[in-house]
Design a protein around this ligand. Structure first.
Ligand code: HEM
Length: 489
């Protein structure tokens, strides 16, 4: 190498070494002096290495870290400060502070979440901040009144149970056919949300749609295409949040690959959305919210965001929770027996039609309410004594036999979030989950047929690291009609 070149390179290399050492030292000092707990944080790579090693078991891993952290709270860092930098907590005091007491400081969805989900959810309720959020929240809240909840229970859930879900379950039981319960429940929940949020009865939307087989993959190509597109879009958006740095997925977005790929659109999606859009444009054009969008195209885009927001809210949330519930009931026959006794005490033990006033019965099902609540406590796990155990009785007053359900403060059970930004659909979700669980348990015993021996009860099956905690690979079940129960058809 010629000496003039060395003359240039050596000082530059020395300067680079000095800069690197100073950077290292300052990062190291930051790590040492911070008063917050940082799990296994490397001064340069942050939590990246541990995250990559544990990404496949994210929930268990993060739960273990939080359990070990002082005050159940820790800082999380991406590499070189480029990636995620935030606080994770399982402390009710911290949750209370962030979601209620000092809500105004935390109400806005941060850039990291907004950037990741903007392609999919745009200006919809989940991502909106400030006045746009307040106006939407107010408008949407009016759809969740107690009167509409009662209508939802009777006209939507019980009606669609009778016309679709129970017919499908009957046919599967008669044929002794194993099917994926999670997938069927997802399709049922989607039909429910289309009825309640968009006024669309999917039975009327295509000639094949009233067949019970539509509730299974391959039953209706339009549904399959829509779910594939929507689920891809969610996974891509969520994948962006998990990226150690936003730079990485933004670069991938430029190249249209991996989590950077554009969220896909499908014709089926636009059919559904355009109907809702057209209706909304006629009715809502002049109100305060409408005035925030200055062109017909902007209004149309916003209404599409709204529909996608509600599909996201309704499709996988309740179906994932119900899937875990059925797994827990199969793994805990005594709990299943108690649900069965409670439901049949209220509705009799032979399968007649679900009654139209079923809403009142659902409210009286305290043990079932506790079992669903306990399922969602464990996935994700929230702190309690014996927190790893499935014990619905912990939610009942008197600790067990025949007690009433007693809710705890949302800061201790933030499954539906807490404070002004809490879930609008909580009551609706319980109505739907209880109606489905009661109808199924009353008629059928549910046997889990694990794809792998390792997933047979009592070992919990693996879950996906996704927006909602879906069971990985679904839940294969075989239904057997209970003695004395007639076919629903
Ligand atoms: C098991 C079922 C469900 C669970 C566990 C659940 C949980 C949650 C959580 C944790 C949030 C806060 C999200 C965030 O801000 O980051 C939320 C928000 C929301 N949920 Fe749910 N949800 C469920 C079902 C539903 C259903 C069925 C609907 C509607 C039909 C719904 C509508 C909403 C809406 C509109 C928001 C946004 C509230 C806002 O930002 O002001 N949810 N939900």
């Amino acid at each position: 190498m010629d000496s003039s070149y060395l003359h240039l390179v050596l000082p530059a290399a020395a300067a680079a070494v000095v800069v690197a050492v100073v950077l290292l030292l300052s990062l190291w000092r930051r790590c040492q002096t911070t008063s917050n707990h940082r799990p296994q944080a490397n001064p340069i790579l942050g939590n990246l290495v541990a995250f990559l090693a544990n990404g496949h078991r994210f929930l268990d891993w993060s739960t273990g870290l939080l359990a070990a952290a002082p005050a159940s709270t820790m800082q999380v860092h991406g590499p070189l400060g480029l990636g995620y930098c935030g606080v994770a907590t399982a402390s009710p005091d911290a949750v209370e502070h962030m979601l209620r007491a000092s809500f105004h400081n935390y109400v806005d969805k941060g850039d990291r979440v907004r950037d990741a989900f903007a392609d999919l959810l745009g200006d919809g309720l989940f991502l909106a901040n400030g006045r746009l959020w307040r106006l939407q929240r107010k408008l949407a809240a009016s759809s969740f009144s107690p009167r509409l909840l009662r209508l939802f229970a009777g006209r939507v859930v019980l009606d669609q149970l009778r016309r679709r879900l129970l017919l499908f379950f009957d046919a599967a039981a008669d044929a002794r056919r194993v099917f994926d319960l999670q997938d069927v429940l997802k399709r049922f929940a989607f039909d429910n949300i289309c009825s309640v949020a968009f006024g669309v009865d999917r039975d009327d939307s295509s000639p094949s749609s009233s067949s019970p087989s539509r509730l299974e993959a391959g039953g209706d190509g339009r549904d399959d295409a829509f779910f594939a597109a929507f689920d891809d879009a969610i996974d891509i958006s969520f994948g962006r949040i998990l990226h150690p740095t936003t730079l990485a997925w933004k670069a991938m977005k430029l190249l249209d690959v991996g989590s950077g790929a554009a969220a896909p659109d499908s014709e089926e999606e636009s059919d559904l959305l355009s109907r809702f859009t057209a209706a909304m444009m006629e009715e809502d054009g002049g109100n305060e919210l409408g005035a925030m969008f200055d062109s017909p195209e902007a209004k149309r885009r916003f209404l599409r965001d709204t529909v996608k927001t509600f599909v996201l809210a309704g499709k996988d949330t309740t179906s994932s929770a119900l899937t875990w519930l059925f797994w827990f009931l199969a793994a805990n026959p005594e709990c299943e027996r108690r649900v069965y006794e409670e439901v049949t005490a209220l509705r009799g033990d032979t399968a007649g039609d679900e009654r139209d006033d079923g809403y009142e019965d659902l409210k009286r099902m305290h043990y079932l309410h506790a079992a669903i609540t306990e399922t969602m406590r464990l996935y994700p796990p929230l702190w309690e004594r014996d927190c790893g155990e499935f014990r619905p009785e912990r939610w009942l007053d008197g600790g067990g036999g025949g007690g009433r359900f007693v809710a705890v403060d949302a800061a201790r059970y933030p499954v539906f979030h807490a404070g002004p930004r809490s879930c609008l659909g909580k009551e609706m979700a319980y109505v739907q989950m209880k109606a489905v669980a009661a109808a199924v348990v009353r008629r059928f015993s549910v046997e889990v047929v694990p794809a792998a021996a390792a997933n047979a009860p009592p070992s919990p099956p693996p879950h996906e690291t996704a927006v909602t905690l879906r069971m990985k690979g679904g839940l294969r079940v075989l239904l057997t009609r209970r003695r004395g129960v007639l076919s629903h058809a």
